[in-house]
Design a protein around this ligand. Structure first.
Ligand SMILES: [Zn+2]
Length: 260
């Protein structure tokens, strides 16, 4: 719950400062938080959202005229649906300040559909809010990953167990670490991504996420500004996307270079 609050705070603050991005990649298994995020950026009534105004109710019902949801048909999200979504973003909005497009399953984008979407992600029409939901980053075009701000939705306990905080802490202190297999290497990368993401949220909202015990983590990237953390996060994500084939030592050196 606490980490959910951190993410809602993040969007609330971005909204207040009119500094939200046009495109977000939501990475997780459970996307129910997204409705609340959409209410935070849409509701006029409350400091957060009211859940009772017309806009909140229509967002909750996925029936708002300024919201367009793209669902996969069968296993694929087809290119004609993506074209409809792009067309929708260019229409004048009815009530909200934003036109919102949700891609419910980014992992189901066909290569042609993903390519059709790239240009819009690069130069979205003003006031777009595009949310792409994915359960994993594997298979997502690196160009899509780099053009979106990443939001990691709260972990469940099983995934959390993958992380080895001590190895990441050792690495960040400059220690030499060795991985015997790629599974451990990928869980190291994922944990590092979580650290960076958590610190990025903290930098923006003043709140950390409950996925980390405060005493173990602290703020590793305390001396970095948000932009530097964001860039480092993008770099580690790029490496994560090729963890199956990259030379592990080379990757570790690259990460050190990016973080120092
Ligand atoms: Zn409302």
């Amino acid at each position: 719950m606490k980490s959910n609050q951190g993410i809602l705070d993040y969007f609330h603050i971005l909204e207040k400062n009119s500094s939200s991005a046009a495109s977000y990649l939501f990475i997780g298994r459970d996307f129910t938080l997204l409705d609340d995020i959409l209410k935070v950026i849409s509701c006029e009534n409350d400091s957060y959202f009211c859940s009772s105004c017309w806009d909140c109710k229509m967002i909750e019902a996925h029936n708002h005229p300024d919201l367009f949801c793209v669902e996969p048909q069968g296993l694929n999200t087809r290119i004609d649906k993506i074209r409809e979504a792009i067309h929708f973003l260019y229409l004048k909005s009815f009530r909200l300040k934003k036109k919102i497009v949700i891609l419910k399953d980014g992992n189901s984008l066909s290569p042609a559909a993903a390519n059709a979407f790239l240009k819009t992600l690069e130069e979205p029409p003003g006031n777009s809010f595009i949310a792409i939901c994915v359960s994993k980053l594997e298979g997502i075009l690196p160009t899509i990953i780099s053009r979106c701000r990443k939001i990691f939705l709260p972990f469940n306990a099983g995934e959390n167990a993958l992380c080895n905080f001590d190895i990441v802490a050792e690495f960040l202190k400059g220690g030499r670490i060795v991985f015997k297999d790629r599974v451990k290497f990928s869980s190291f990368l994922w944990t590092l991504i979580m650290f960076l993401h958590n610190d990025l949220l903290f930098k923006t909202t003043g709140r950390g996420s409950s996925i980390f015990a405060e005493d173990k983590q602290g703020l590793f990237f305390n001396f970095y500004d948000a932009e530097r953390i964001h860039n480092a996060l993008n770099d580690v994500l790029k490496i994560y996307s090729v963890y199956k084939s990259i030379n592990i030592n080379l990757a570790l050196n690259l990460i050190r270079l990016k973080l120092n």
